[in-house]
Design a protein around this ligand. Structure first.
Ligand SMILES: [Zn+2]
Length: 293
């Protein structure tokens, strides 16, 4: 049977790039072989078999972060999220805006935005409900947001598009609750990053994982957003690890947790900026608006 590309629907221009075990948790791999394809028409990489369970953060975070509690979310994500948010805040003004964060977890980003925003709303699994509700509004589904007829000036989706099963529906749903002149912000892991280019399969061994159904590149993102009727207002790379992490990974040939500071912070930041500018960073940031019809 010919599988078609989930985004451009092409059936022919597809190459098998992986048929080995993939990562299935923090430091474990599947016993079974997993096939990953590359659609050469739109440049998307995608899993042959989508994982439908891991869209539930209750399961996903337990498996990949080790725990799904508020405490764990904060210790694991607070610094990482602040880094992403600070970059976005340089481009978008959140003052007096109605903001939704989809996949908000324990709402660390919404906490940072609370003071300047008009309204902060979180969307995630019910496991975070009580905690998020202390400071923000909360929903556990887009369907319920639609029912309330809430529309947003800014929607943040910073760690989830790659986990989706039906990415076209996911974007359509977000567009529906976005105001006419609102902004949709995605942070997307970048398949074509500097690690892959330097390390090849030694990197992919860690990168391909059961929780990701899609692996995007700049080209595949551009194709997807164009197809979905979205204008790209801004795009840039987001390099989430220091150059010293990359050096240690190169030296050891495997993913590392600790690494010495061979290059000082200033120089490392300059290099990261170049990596981001060239869109070969570990993630990409896209800020989009609905096309005017
Ligand atoms: Zn395609």
């Amino acid at each position: 049977m010919l599988i078609s590309c989930p985004i451009c629907k092409n059936r022919e221009k597809k190459i098998l790039i992986w048929n080995k075990p993939i990562r299935s948790g923090k430091n474990i791999w599947t016993k079974k072989l997993h096939k990953i394809f590359w659609c050469t028409k739109c440049d998307l990489r995608f899993a042959q078999n989508f994982n439908y369970n891991l869209q539930d953060n209750k399961l996903f975070r337990k498996l990949y972060d080790g725990s799904n509690t508020v405490k764990k979310y904060k210790s694991f994500n607070k610094k990482r999220e602040k880094f992403k948010l600070d970059k976005i805040k340089k481009i978008l003004n959140f003052k007096n805006k109605i903001i939704l964060e989809s996949n908000c977890g324990a709402a660390t980003n919404l906490d940072f935005l609370k003071r300047e925003a008009k309204l902060t709303v979180g969307l995630d699994s019910d496991i975070y409900k009580d905690y998020v509700l202390k400071k923000h509004s909360f929903f556990n589904s887009i369907k319920k947001i639609r029912k309330e007829k809430l529309k947003f000036d800014i929607i943040l989706s910073l760690a989830e598009i790659e986990h989706q099963t039906d990415v076209l529906k996911f974007i359509r749903d977000l567009k529906e609750i976005l105001k006419k002149k609102g902004y949709l912000v995605f942070r997307i892991p970048n398949y074509n990053n500097v690690y892959l280019n330097l390390l090849g399969n030694k990197f992919l061994k860690y990168d391909f994982r059961t929780s990701h159904n899609y692996y995007f590149s700049e080209k595949s993102c551009d194709f997807l957003f164009q197809k979905m009727g979205l204008n790209t207002i801004y795009k840039n790379g987001l390099q989430e690890y220091s150059i010293n992490h990359l050096i240690e990974f190169l030296k050891k040939g495997k993913r590392v947790k600790k690494y010495p500071e061979i290059i000082d912070k200033k120089v490392s930041n300059d290099i990261s900026n170049n990596i981001e500018h060239n869109m070969i960073s570990t993630s990409l940031i896209y800020i989009l608006q609905k096309k005017r019809i």
